[in-house]
Ligand binder design. Structure first.
Ligand SMILES: C[S@@+](CC[C@H](N)C(=O)[O-])C[C@H]1O[C@@H](n2cnc3c(N)ncnc32)[C@H](O)[C@@H]1O
Length: 243
C-alpha cells in the first residue's frame, strides 16, 4: 500500500504505477490521464537510432525510462488498463500519451482490458523537432479509451490539440507536458469537482492542471526525486492559487 499524502485536493505517493492503482477504490475515478515512458529507444532521435532492438526485457530495467522494449511497455500498460477498468466510473476515460511508433502494438493491448478504444488525439506541438530528412516530428499521440457504453465529458474539444511544448528553461522534467494541453484533456474528460488520476506523474504537471481546472487529483510516481519535485510544485500552486 503506498503512503498517500494529501495536499488540498491532491493525493500524492511515491509508488510503482500498478501498486498505486491497486490501492484506489473501484468505480471511483472520472479519468486516468497517463504519460508513461515511451519505450521509443531514447529521448532524442540520436538515442533512438543507436538503441539496440535486441535487448531482452529482463536485461533492461524495463519498468523505467525510455529503454523498455515494446513487449515490456505493452505488458505493463495492459496491466495498467485492467486496473483502469476497475477504478474508473462507468463512462470514464483512460488517456495514454504515446509515441506514434507504439500505437499499433499498444492500442489493441489496452483494448483487451475491456475498455473501448474511442479515438486517437494528436498533440500538435506547433513547431518541428530536431532531425534530418522529410517530415520532422511535431506531434505526439494520445490514445483515448472509455469504460462501458456511457461517456462522461465535453464534446467541445476536437481530436487535434495545438499547444507549444514546455520551454527547455522552464522544464522540471525531461518530458514535461504543457499545462494548457493537460487542462484541455482534463476539461474534455472530467466533470468539475471530479477526480483525475496520473500514476506516471513525473513532475506533477497533471496535478497542477487539475488544481487550475477545479478537479481533484490522485498522482503517483516511482522516482523519489521526481515525486519531490511534484510535491513542491503542488504546494506552491495551492499557495499561489488555492482551489
Ligand atoms: C514521460 S514521464 C512523465 C512526465 C510527466 N507527464 C510530466 O509532465 O512531468 C514518465 C514518468 O514515469 C515514471 N515511471 C516509469 N516507470 C514507472 C512505473 N512503473 N511506475 C510509476 N512511475 C514510473 C518515470 O520515472 C517518469 O517520471
Amino acid at each position: 500500500m503506498p503512503a498517500w499524502e494529501t495536499f488540498g485536493t491532491v493525493s500524492l505517493a511515491e509508488s510503482d504505477a500498478l501498486t498505486a492503482l491497486a490501492s484506489i477504490t473501484a468505480g471511483s475515478v472520472d479519468a486516468i490521464i497517463i504519460d508513461p515512458p515511451y519505450c521509443s529507444g531514447g529521448f532524442t532521435e540520436k538515442d533512438r537510432v543507436n538503441a539496440s532492438g535486441h535487448m531482452s526485457v529482463r536485461s533492461l530495467n524495463w519498468f523505467r525510462n525510455d529503454n523498455m522494449t515494446t513487449t515490456g511497455l505493452v505488458w505493463l500498460l495492459r496491466s495498467v488498463a485492467l486496473e483502469a477498468h476497475r477504478t474508473l466510473k462507468d463512462g470514464g476515460s483512460l488517456c495514454v500519451f504515446c509515441d506514434w511508433r507504439m500505437t499499433a502494438a499498444l492500442a489493441p493491448a489496452l483494448e483487451s482490458s475491456g475498455l473501448r478504444w474511442r479515438n486517437m488525439v494528436v498533440w500538435d506541438k506547433c513547431f518541428m523537432g530536431m532531425g534530418s530528412g522529410p517530415f520532422r516530428p511535431r506531434h505526439e499521440i494520445i490514445l483515448h479509451f472509455l469504460k462501458g457504453k456511457g461517456m462522461t465529458g465535453s464534446s467541445c474539444v476536437g481530436n487535434v490539440i495545438a499547444e507549444k511544448r514546455v520551454s527547455v528553461k522552464a522544464k522540471r522534467h525531461a518530458t514535461e507536458k504543457p499545462q494548457a494541453l493537460l487542462e484541455t484533456l482534463i476539461r474534455a474528460t472530467t466533470p468539475e469537482g471530479g477526480t483525475v488520476v496520473d500514476v506516471f506523474a513525473g513532475s506533477g504537471s497533471l496535478a497542477e492542471a487539475a488544481i487550475s481546472t477545479g478537479r481533484r487529483a490522485i498522482i503517483s510516481e516511482i522516482s523519489a526525486s521526481h515525486i519531490q519535485t511534484a510535491r513542491e510544485r503542488i504546494k506552491q500552486k495551492l499557495t499561489s492559487s488555492p482551489p
